[in-house]
Design a binder for this molecule. Structure first.
Ligand code: CMC
Length: 392
């Protein structure tokens, strides 16, 4: 009953006004607050992009150092939170750990769950941006059985994350700047992407005035799926399964077969019907990292490049406008850097947190904000007489 627009998957429904991110999917354009993603990736560090998304403008030098000081002030997590990790099995997927521990932050910061106080909203955003690398690195350390590393505020955001992930208390830690810059670029490329599934989940959860930590935990849950952020993990698993260039045609054939549910992971996008501008930058970064690490003939890269070549010249992919997306090359870089496959989506969540919280803040501050409450086209039984148990 009711006269509602039927739009499964929200392919033609704008659920909000937003001034944060602009995408022209046909042209392959992505702008944050008006700035092209390529310019930001080339010229900014991740915290400048965080400032831009959250506050609307790139920081000037004073604002940049103030913002860095604010974020680093919040990098540690409460010691009690560290105990949460030990409740998980050692083989727990780190995304499962992240869903739990990020949601648990609301129990530690009752003050910043007051969503009607603009100061508290800002502190919650800063806490989340600051603590995600710490919590993500702890998820990794827990699963490999190494001690948690406290954050180091003398390092950059990306360096500190790499330090907490790969450093140990028993050795001095250094990082190649090419790798920390690549990490920073990966964070920038994932920072926001307008109303995708996880961001819409954060907005929907937040529309009931749930606290921001719980909302971000809901975004992490939505991101986990292989059709969304879980694709970076799925791409690498797929490349491993393909295992050699001569087996590619078999997988391409399966991807095109209507009766086979297999899809080429890392291809296609709801909005981009052109090359994903993030994928181009990711491919460049991939070459730089492999070159720096002296990795020649990376087997997955060879398969990925050939897969891309075939897909871009195949009628099926051309007709359906299926191009490589942001996740296609990121897994190869992350693997080369030493991340286990299960951490790939955690890195996406870490970087996307600023997008989620910026969108959440924008929504709460929008005077037109209402609780999200979609309707349905009812397809069940019409009203019918009740049948007592002994007559069924
Ligand atoms: N391989 C083979 N065929 C595909 C693929 C693919 N990767 N993606 C879409 N198609 C086909 C699909 O079968 C459908 O064909 P038909 O019209 O004959 O039914 C057509 O293309 C349209 O697909 P859709 O599922 O209706 O499109 P969508 O907009 O609902 O889905 C998508 C977008 C990203 C979920 C999908 O392309 C996909 O599953 N890709 C693989 C997973 C992936 O890489 N996801 C990461 C997305 S980018 C990062 C992020 O934002 O999270």
């Amino acid at each position: 009953t009711g006269y509602f627009t039927y739009d499964p998957g929200f392919t033609s429904t704008a659920a909000c006004d937003s001034a944060i991110t602009y995408i022209d999917g046909d042209e392959g354009v992505l702008l944050h607050r008006g700035y092209a993603i390529a310019d930001l990736a080339e010229n900014c560090d991740f915290l400048e992009v965080c400032h831009l998304l959250l506050n609307g403008e790139l920081p000037n030098p004073q604002q940049k150092s103030d913002f860095e000081r604010t974020i680093t002030y919040h990098t540690m997590v409460h010691e009690q939170l560290a105990k949460f990790y030990s409740g998980f099995r050692r083989d727990a997927h780190p995304m499962a750990i992240m869903c739990g521990v990020v949601g648990a932050l609301s129990a530690f910061y009752h003050d910043s769950t007051d969503i009607f106080d603009p100061v508290q909203r800002k502190i919650a955003a800063h806490r989340l941006i600051a603590k995600m690398p710490t919590m993500a690195a702890m998820a990794h350390k827990y699963t490999v059985g190494e001690p948690f590393m406290y954050p180091r505020n003398d390092l950059t955001y990306a360096e500190n994350f790499l330090y907490m992930t790969f450093g140990t208390p028993c050795e001095e830690w250094t990082v190649d700047p090419v790798l920390s810059e690549a990490m920073d670029k990966i964070f920038i490329l994932h920072a926001d992407h307008e109303q995708n599934a996880s961001t819409s989940t954060v907005r929907l959860a937040g529309s009931s005035h749930a606290n921001p930590f719980a909302c971000i935990a809901s975004g992490i849950a939505a991101l986990w799926g292989p059709a969304h952020g879980g694709a970076n993990e799925a791409v690498l698993k797929m490349l491993e399964e393909i295992s050699s260039v001569d087996r590619i045609p078999e997988f391409v054939r399966r991807a095109k077969d209507k009766n086979d549910s297999f899809r080429l992971m890392g291809f296609g996008h709801r909005v981009y019907k052109n090359y994903d501008p993030r994928a181009k930058i990711m491919r460049e970064t991939c070459y730089q990292v492999l070159d720096r690490l002296g990795i020649q003939d990376e087997p997955h890269l060879a398969i990925a490049m050939e897969l891309e070549r075939i897909a871009l010249s195949d009628e099926y992919f051309i007709e359906k406008k299926l191009y490589p997306n942001v996740d296609f090359y990121s897994g190869i870089i992350l693997k080369a850097m030493g991340f286990p496959t299960s951490m790939f989506t955690v890195l996406f969540a870490l970087a996307r947190t600023v997008g989620w919280i910026s969108q959440w803040k924008e929504m709460i501050e929008d005077p037109a904000q209402k609780i999200g409450r979609p309707r349905q086209l009812f397809t069940g039984n019409p009203a019918r007489p009740f049948v007592p148990l002994d007559k069924r």
